[in-house]
Design a protein around this ligand. Sequence first.
Ligand SMILES: [Zn+2]
Length: 280
Amino acid sequence: MRERIAELADWVGAGDVVVLSGAGLSTESGIPDYRGPSGLARKATPMTYQTFTRDAVARRRYWARSHLGWRNIGDARPNDGHRAVARLQELGLVRGIITQNVDGLHQAGGAADVVELHGNLARVTCLDCGAPTGRAELETRLRRANPDFAATAAEINPDGDAEVDDAALDGFAVVDCAGCGGMLKPDVVYFGETVPPERVAASFELVCGARTLLVLGSSLTVMSGRRFVLRAAKEGIRVAIVNQGVTRGEPYASLVVDAPLGRVLPELVRRIEDLYFVET
Ligand SMILES: [Zn+2]
């Protein structure tokens, strides 16, 4: 383990790193990873764009669960892993950060210029006029519209969707765009929805200019993240993975560290600071 972290420090210390992060980076902030080692199997099927826009009952239930789930996601704080990534960026070693997470914790931990592949739960968009609504404002409106809504969440999924009995969701009032009355949707990519092409292009451009692709906390189960690893391997860019548990990227990685990110990443930063950034 020590040797692997030492090797990783050599790679990252050489600079031009692109970080690709997944749910495993946020588990230590209390946001569960339903594919990771915490083993929380997801009960509800993920919301699809079609169901959300066409099924009023499903949409009502989604907003009710999301309203409950937001208390968990919205209160989450960045962990040592997020802060370590921000520090590497501050040291000038990181060329870009691409995240599959929708929790905004990279930025909360001090990182900048993050490509949010799957969007961000803190933003809500009107599907008709495109106007954005801040999540805090939306939550205030939802609370006002549902003063007696008292159901409690049994489990929160990483996308902010809570597991609640459907019966408890009946009667939840959905709110619409304050400007045009249109349908509101969290600014996140749903299951079955494609990532906006300009976001994908920006990510490929980052990856192709990298010296090292550093995957943090992703099992690389979904193609939306795995394709960047495949491209890096094809381009001869070295791939390093820090993840707790098995990942599908292992055949393409030259270096794999299977350990908690909150332990590995601060140690990585310490080593790099000692090796390359000694105060004179
Ligand atoms: Zn609108």
